[in-house]
Write a protein that binds this ligand. Structure first.
Ligand code: NAD
Ligand code: USQ
Length: 404
């Protein structure tokens, strides 16, 4: 039987790695509100990328210290904070020994596909940061908290766009008369997405070899910004990326509509992906924690609620914008990426629903409030950051153009 979050929250100490980021901050607050003991671990490297590339969140975001102080003053709840890099094993060991987590939610990676395709040094940074960081988390669990459940953020992009249905992690294949259930084939299409494939393999292996319990959440593209907790005070606001490096499809389109920039559909726009509302990200992570994997089990959940093509998103934003009196145009931008622009896509996503996920589907009212939110912060939009600046084919050709 599934545990309810109330029962589970009595005992659970949850370490949120990457808890200063977009998904991590919303999740840390949600878990704290639900009564979990939360410790945020973050190197703050994401704030540094913004400074290095001259980018900024649409929303002004407070320092992590002020965020946590504000949360305490509003709710009386304490969130512990450990600033450091999970690639530094000494730091991670101390953090594990002092906090003794029952569960670790690992969001703490370099998560932008374009960032990983800027040049060689960013490609190497991405794979080093992500793969070694996760490997260190696995070693820390083995050495210091071997009952601890790892909830790891993966990506739907690990599967690519095969011409058959996508299963949740595993596929049963009959070959030359014999049958086996095997990891679903991976065809990632950026050095970032590939880092997640490498992580999944390392996690699956340590579940077998050491009996680690792990859930790999293959998340789709997240949209939205407000959750119940981040909406409580401006110092709790979440980040909202709209630039060509860290901004993701639907969020970018809303900002573009707000400033009258044509929606940037890359290539033919038939690229189809799984999407979810950030309010469902926090719900899914809590469900995974409340219903942990068994010892030695490597579970994979596909974490998204609906599929859309880029063209469908553009047309939804156009309609929603028109209702608000915005004139929204779409422009086909030469695709900076190497990806299929017209393809079959049908991915399963039932396991989180079976655990109790109640999805917030993309609705007119959500699009309306997201558009109004972007309009509210319109003066902060730097339109120079909107067009894509990183090319998959010309990687490293002009490394300075991104910073300029
Ligand atoms: P984000 O960049 O906003 O947050 C990531 C956080 O991790 C940042 O605060 C960063 O400083 C921290 N971090 C990075 N490397 C670290 C390290 N070595 N040690 C400690 N902290 C480190 O990203 P996000 O959008 O919140 O994504 C969180 C996770 O969810 C990522 O793993 C990402 O791949 C995954 N994901 C995100 C989306 C999305 O649409 N945003 C979709 C699918 C999956
Ligand atoms: N796209 C456009 N126009 C834009 C931005 C994107 O057409 O202005 C297209 C892209 O070419 C791609 C699709 O939209 O085909 C999605 O791109 P994205 O930038 O929204 O998302 P992606 O690069 O895949 O990465 C994001 C997160 C990443 C996460 C991934 C989930 O940054 O951390 O892993 O979504 S998934 O897409 O399921 O792999």
């Amino acid at each position: 039987a599934n545990q309810t979050s109330n029962e589970a929250s009595q005992t659970k100490r949850v370490m949120v790695i990457g808890g200063d980021g977009y998904c991590g901050w919303a999740t840390a607050l949600h878990l704290s509100k639900k009564g979990y003991e939360v410790a945020i671990v973050d190197s703050l490297v994401r704030r540094l990328f913004d400074q290095q590339l001259g980018l900024d969140s649409l929303t002004p975001i407070s320092s992590i210290h002020n965020r946590i102080r504000r949360w305490k003053s509003l709710t009386g709840k304490t969130i512990l904070l450990h600033i450091g890099d999970v690639c530094d094993f000494e730091f991670l060991s101390e953090t594990f020994k002092s906090f003794e987590p029952d569960a670790v939610v690992h969001f703490g990676e370099q998560r932008s596909a374009p960032y990983s395709m800027i040049d060689r040094s960013r490609a190497v940074f991405t794979q080093n940061n992500n793969v070694i960081g996760t490997l260190n988390v696995l070693f820390a669990i083995k050495e210091f908290s071997d009952q601890c459940h790892l909830v790891k953020l993966g990506t739907m992009g690990e599967y690519g766009t095969p011409n058959i249905d996508i299963e949740e992690g595993f596929i049963t294949i009959t070959h030359n008369g014999r049958t086996d259930t095997l990891p679903y084939p991976k065809q990632a299409s950026s050095f970032y997405h590939l880092s997640k494939v490498h992580d999944s393999n390392n996690i699956a292996f340590t579940c077998k070899a050491w009996g680690i319990r792990a859930t790999d959440l293959n998340q789709g593209v997240v949209y939205g910004v407000r959750t119940d907790e981040t909406a409580m005070h401006e110092e709790l606001y979440n980040r909202f990326d709209y630039d060509g490096v860290f901004g993701t499809a639907l969020n970018r389109f809303c900002v573009q509509a707000a400033v009258g920039h044509p929606l940037t559909v890359y290539g033919k726009g038939g690229q189809t992906r799984g999407y979810l509302d950030i309010r469902d990200t926090v719900q899914c992570v809590e469900l995974a924690i409340a219903n942990p994997a068994e010892r030695g089990e490597f579970r994979v959940f596909n974490q998204f609620t609906e599929q859309f093509s880029v063209n469908e998103l553009a047309s939804l934003v156009t309609k929603a914008g028109e209702k608000l009196g915005l004139e929204v145009q779409t422009k086909s931008v030469p695709n900076p990426r190497v990806e299929a622009e017209e393809h079959y896509y049908n991915a399963k996503h039932t396991k989180l629903v079976e655990l109790g996920l109640k999805p917030h589907l993309l609705s007119d009212s959500l699009l309306d409030s997201l558009l109004n939110f972007t309009i509210e912060f319109k003066d902060r939009i730097d339109t120079k950051q909107i067009m894509p600046s990183v090319s998959w084919r010309k990687i490293g050709a002009k490394p300075k153009t991104v910073a300029a």
